[in-house]
Design a protein around this ligand. Structure first.
Ligand code: GLU
Length: 284
């Protein structure tokens, strides 16, 4: 057994599809090849859109696909709970540590304000718009806070710094703070941590040594590296898996009808085919 620790970390807002299956297969494969451990974590912080049933279903689908994990909501383990909605107290502690660095500030700007302040808003569907530097408040705002309260908090990025890392699959990567991403959300006014905070806090606490996930999160990795640095934590290795696309080059996430694991299973498609067959062969 090596000290490699990887994870499968779905967000239960919908049924898992072929794209998830293939990314998670890489996570499982890399853990296996390294003779390491694999854990399963449910990322259900978006209370509006996440469903317990879908979380259960995601574990069921992954077991059916043949992935084996030794820690998770269904089997327990030393770093639990493995369900993010049960880890809020821990995230609050992490917020406090970040607050003590002076690198975060409360922000009352809405998404609309941010978009209005941009000369040429270029916002990909699911990316947050780049926060304009002129909307940053005075350095001391929020410095006396003892808890996040009902407000958004953002991380003060080092403008113009290039954040570089070597991805184990995609090779050398470089993103420029302030150009590729702006001051990003740390805490949401609905009382939950942002994705970036929760994922870094958990990967650190669960001693993850390699993060394997979809290539759509490459840019998030740049933000997350800044959080590791702020905490003085050692970042894991990164391995971003190319996204599955359909014949039109569309990301699968946008068109999953007929390609959820459940539907394919019901059609009698095998786990091996879900993981390796050309998409065309699956969507008959
Ligand atoms: N839960 C995220 C998702 O399903 C993945 C997060 C990660 O692997 O860092 O998109």
């Amino acid at each position: 057994m090596s000290d490699y620790r990887g994870r499968i970390a779905p967000t239960p807002t919908g049924l898992l599809h072929v794209g998830h299956a293939r990314t998670f297969a890489q996570a499982a494969e890399r853990a296996k090849r390294a003779h390491g451990q694999l854990l399963f974590r449910i990322e259900d912080l978006d209370a509006q859109r996440c469903r317990d049933k879908l979380a259960q279903k995601s574990m069921e689908d992954c077991r059916w696909l043949g992935f084996a994990w030794s820690e998770g909501p269904d089997v327990g383990g030393p770093f639990g709970p493995y369900i993010q909605s049960q880890r809020l107290n821990y995230y609050l502690e992490v917020w406090k540590q970040l607050h003590a660095t002076g690198l975060i500030y409360p922000c009352d700007k809405s998404r609309k304000d941010v978009e209005r302040a941009l000369v040429a808003p270029h916002v990909e569907d699911d990316q947050e718009p780049i926060f304009p530097i002129e909307l940053r408040p005075d350095k001391n705002l929020g410095s006396n806070a003892t808890e996040p309260g009902n407000q958004n908090w953002r991380f003060r990025i080092p403008i113009s710094e290039e954040i570089k890392f070597i991805d184990q699959i995609q090779g050398a990567q470089s993103f420029t703070a302030g150009k590729d991403f702006g001051d990003f959300l740390i805490w949401r006014k609905d009382g939950f941590p942002s994705y970036e905070l929760a994922v870094v806090a958990d990967d650190h606490a669960m001693k993850i040594t390699e993060v394997v996930r979809g290539a759509d999160l490459l840019l998030s990795t740049a933000r997350q590296i800044l959080l590791y640095r702020a905490h003085n934590w050692t970042p894991p290795q990164w391995a971003h898996v190319p996204l599955v696309t359909d014949a039109q080059g569309q990301r699968l996430a946008k068109r999953t009808h007929g390609l959820s694991i459940q539907e394919l299973r019901e059609k009698g498609i095998t786990a091996a085919a879900v993981l390796t067959a050309p998409l065309k062969a699956l969507s008959i």
